[in-house]
Ligand binder design. Structure first.
Ligand code: ZN
Length: 376
């Protein structure tokens, strides 16, 4: 398509103030040892992997290689009332009490620094702002570039770098305030969005579709048979992947499972928990930049078909700074009107080029076959 779509990017520097210090005391004794084991298992240098440099790397790339048509806005802090739609009051009070402190929350590597609570409020509020932007119609799509991420945060528990569940807060706000009746949340982060699943497990009006690397990969949830319960039975859809799965599998899952699921569910808003750790630089899966772009194209088509184009992305994980920044840019490029790429199988194009290069090298001239010599 040639016409340019309007894309709003929410970027607020207050989320940079979340910078847990790994030199600060962990939990005591064996728990401390366990946390350090988990961190070292992530295969990244010894520092808190979910650090402010993730967002500044994205911003630096977008400044250096701008995507035409993007409009930047700052975020806002989510209110206690907005957070209470998906978290209990006691959990929120417990997080608020950590304001201004360094602390470790649990063995799943979640820690806070003095600026973290405001950062988490702004992350959730920025996700709300992204949804408000698309529902109001002032932009077709939006991307909230936020941290800490949210999809592991459960109603009563911070987990896996996440304090408040940003995408869930945004979905609940869309329903409570903006008049959306059915919200589809697509989570393509490498890790299962256990918190989002938990929050909407019995909710028939929020469909949660999650493609992720399956157990025992962190957090270990998201089995095929986990489809929701009660009134929400059938509106949770999990697609666990083996290690190394890439573009072809991801695109097939979206086309063969998500597209008919959306047809059945008929959402009026699509939210995306967009993690970029499925990129092979993060060593868990094998999705490419073209793969992220192609998936964005599928979601954009679904949004245009079912929800008047309303499509809002919320950043989740992605720890290699290069693939994180380029992955985000690949998504924004398609949202802004770029042609969705058609990724092939990695290496096949190079083999075709090499085949052409070597084509004549091993073919004997015709006379070598037709006229064998007699001199031996
Ligand atoms: Zn992740």
């Amino acid at each position: 398509m040639s016409e340019q779509s309007k894309v709003t990017v929410i970027y607020d520097e207050r989320v940079l103030a979340h910078e847990p210090d790994t030199d600060a005391a962990f939990l005591p004794g064996r728990m401390d040892k366990r946390v350090r084991q988990i961190l070292s298992g992530l295969g990244v240098p010894w520092k808190y992997p979910e650090h402010p440099g993730r967002l500044t790397a994205i911003k630096a790339l977008l400044d250096e290689q701008p995507v035409p048509g993007l409009q930047f806005e700052t975020g806002r802090a989510a209110t206690e009332e907005e957070l209470q739609r998906v978290h209990t009051a006691t959990f929120i009070e417990g997080i608020y009490e950590l304001r201004g402190q360094n602390a470790w929350l649990d063995v799943d590597t979640t820690a806070v620094s003095p600026g973290s609570i405001e950062a988490a409020e702004v992350a959730a509020g920025s996700a709300i702002k992204a949804v408000e932007a698309v529902v109001s119609g002032r932009t077709e799509s939006a991307f909230a570039l936020v941290r800490p991420p949210g999809h592991h945060a459960e109603p009563v528990r911070a987990r896996g770098f996440c304090l408040f569940n940003n995408v869930a807060v945004a979905a609940a706000h869309a329903q409570a305030v903006l008049g959306c009746e059915r919200v589809l949340i697509v989570d393509w982060d490498a890790h299962h969005g256990n918190g989002t699943q938990d929050i909407f497990w019995a909710d028939p009006d929020v469909m949660f579709f999650d493609i992720h690397r399956g157990a025992p990969f962190y957090p270990g949830s998201g089995g095929l048979e986990d489809v929701g319960a009660g009134l929400g039975e059938g509106t949770t859809v999990n697609v666990p992947m083996p290690a190394g799965a890439g573009d072809t599998a991801y695109i097939k899952a979206l086309n063969d499972i998500l597209v008919p699921a959306a047809e059945w569910f008929k959402p009026d808003l699509i939210l995306v928990s967009a993690g970029f750790d499925p990129h092979w630089y993060d060593l868990a899966l094998n999705v490419s930049y073209e793969g992220f772009g192609a998936m964005t194209g599928i979601l954009q088509s679904l949004a245009r078909k079912h929800c008047n184009g309303r499509l809002a992305f919320v950043l989740e994980g992605g720890y290699n700074l290069e693939s994180l920044a380029h992955g985000v840019r690949a998504v924004l490029d398609v949202l802004a009107g770029g042609e969705p790429p058609e990724p092939g199988v990695c290496g096949v194009r190079e083999v075709e080029i090499a085949t052409e290069f070597h084509r004549d090298a091993f073919i004997r001239a015709a006379e070598d076959f037709d006229e064998p010599t007699d001199n031996h």
